[in-house]
Design a protein around this ligand. Structure first.
Ligand code: AMP
Length: 458
């Protein structure tokens, strides 16, 4: 998963970009980068590390210009190395320079890369952002397309999820795949500066209003000539596909204070909790305890519905980041232990409804249950805000291979035994659909294996 950001029209574009990236740091903590154009030169800075570590005041002094794009990354395609970090830059001797940052994953990456390599386009990384920018440069330089035409060709040929910002010397283009799988929202600051981000929480930080989502297959060009919005073109795709937004953004990935796909994220999460609570009428427990921070609003919804008091019995260390992303199981185990502590003298002899947003490998919840059992809890009823994750995601959420997904390996009772809880329920997929306003507009592939844009290698 990753986060993107773009700013056009401010002399402090680099500074604003770093502030915006900081607001979406949760979308990627492995590396970050920025490309800034001063109208003549695009300067690039990218590195492994967090936004605050990489983009110091001194570094930003070296990035003058009024157009900037930025990226935070955690690896889905390509290893966690510096050459896979984004943005990617294409410089040509005779032609223009492009920088691009994208959030998502390309399903036909290998076929498209082969096609470009056969046309003497060379790659430095195995990251999908590089494929996108090289495809655009290829279309412009070899086929004589304009940038907008090149992006429209890209939307026809390249399959997958891509919420993307492209920067040239004098303009920024923002565009999104025809299924608009990942979020992408843009707005304007009071002085007219245009800001685009993966999530609206970054626009809050920058006080950017007048917000709109980039439409499915939409392209927006921002330059000194103004803003041009190109809506999707039915002729290009034969029939305009429906949106297939990632439901996991609503359940877990996005910040609760973001708004996208036409919904407040925190309200979707409260509704998930209420649905779980409704299915549990009559369950007796002393407290509802959500796993912080991702299950907080789900816990709140459950508590309100079931009339069982909410308590924040688990305390999370905020300096550890997302443990899920760690490469090895032993490191993940240790990280989970470092991530959570318990309130002292809280769990002894209590019955609790423990709420989490999802179970993927099962690492997090097993460790947490172990901890609260050691603290003398009487009963644990585990409730999960999503259905069982049985299928890998190929559209930008880094779910492990099917073989590692606990719900793909074990049935419900085996998962209950392995997590050591007294009872276990997952969200029913029908109930989940009832928690969003337009259920047909979502992708549920990680739960039901129905992949709207296919899977790699098809
Ligand atoms: P696990 O420990 O493997 O069962 O992971 C489950 C927990 O990790 C969930 O409670 C989420 O908070 C978080 N999570 C789930 N999916 C992802 C993902 N793709 N990337 C990062 N964190 C995730």
């Amino acid at each position: 998963m990753c986060g993107i950001l773009g700013v056009v029209g401010s002399p402090n574009a680099a500074k604003l970009t770093s502030l915006g990236l900081f607001a979406i740091q949760h979308r990627g903590q492995e590396s970050c980068g920025m490309a800034v154009s001063d109208g003549r030169v695009i300067r690039l800075r990218k590195k492994m590390g967090l936004v605050k570590e990489v983009f110091t005041e001194a570094e930003m002094q070296k990035l003058p210009g009024s157009i900037a794009i930025g990226h935070v990354r955690y690896p889905t395609k390509g290893s966690a190395t510096e050459f896979n970090t984004q943005p990617h830059l294409v410089e040509t001797l005779a032609g223009p320079t492009y920088a691009l940052a994208s959030n998502g994953d390309i399903v036909n990456y290998h076929a498209m890369r082969r096609f470009l390599e056969e046309h003497n386009v060379y790659f430095k990384s195995d990251n999908d952002g590089e494929l996108l920018v090289k495809y655009i440069a290829y279309q412009v330089m070899r086929q004589g397309d304009g940038v907008i035409e090149a992006i429209r060709h890209l939307m026809r040929d390249i399959k997958g999820a891509y919420s993307t910002v492209l920067c040239t010397w004098d303009a920024m283009y923002m565009f999104r795949d025809p299924h608009s799988i990942r979020p992408m929202v843009w707005g304007k600051m009071q002085d007219g500066t245009v800001v685009v981000a993966s999530e609206s929480c970054a626009l809050d930080t920058l006080d950017a209003n007048d917000r709109r989502e980039i439409p499915p297959a939409g392209i927006v060009k921002v330059s000194s000539e103004g803003i041009r919005v190109i809506e999707n073109d039915p002729g290009l795709y034969r029939s305009v596909p429906n949106s297939r937004h990632c439901i996991f953004e609503q359940i877990y990935f996005s910040r609760p204070d973001s708004y996208h796909f036409g919904e407040d994220v925190f309200r979707v999460r409260e509704a998930l909790g209420a649905a779980l609570g409704k299915a549990d009428q009559g369950l007796k427990a002393d407290y509802v305890v959500p796993v912080p921070d991702s299950a907080n609003f789900i816990g709140l919804g459950y508590s309100n519905e079931a009339k069982i008091p909410l308590s924040l019995g688990l305390i999370r260390n905020h300096y550890i980041g997302r443990t899920f992303i760690k490469p090895e199981q032993t490191i993940r185990d240790e990280s989970v232990r470092q991530k959570f502590n318990l309130l002292p003298n809280f769990f002894k002899d209590k019955s609790v409804v423990l709420i989490d947003d999802s179970i993927v490998r099962g690492t997090t919840i097993r460790k947490i249950v172990e901890l609260i059992k050691r603290a003398g809890v009487k009963q644990v009823h585990l409730r999960i805000g999503s259905p069982q994750v049985k299928h890998s995601c190929y559209y930008g959420i880094d779910t492990p291979s099917k073989e590692e997904l606990i719900a793909n390996i074990y049935d419900l009772d085996e998962i209950r035994q392995r997590t050591g809880v007294d009872s276990l329920k997952f969200m029913d997929i029908k109930d989940l659909r009832g928690c969003v306003q337009n259920p047909e507009d979502y992708c549920y592939a990680c739960f039901n294996g129905d992949y709207p844009v296919g899977v790699p290698g098809e």
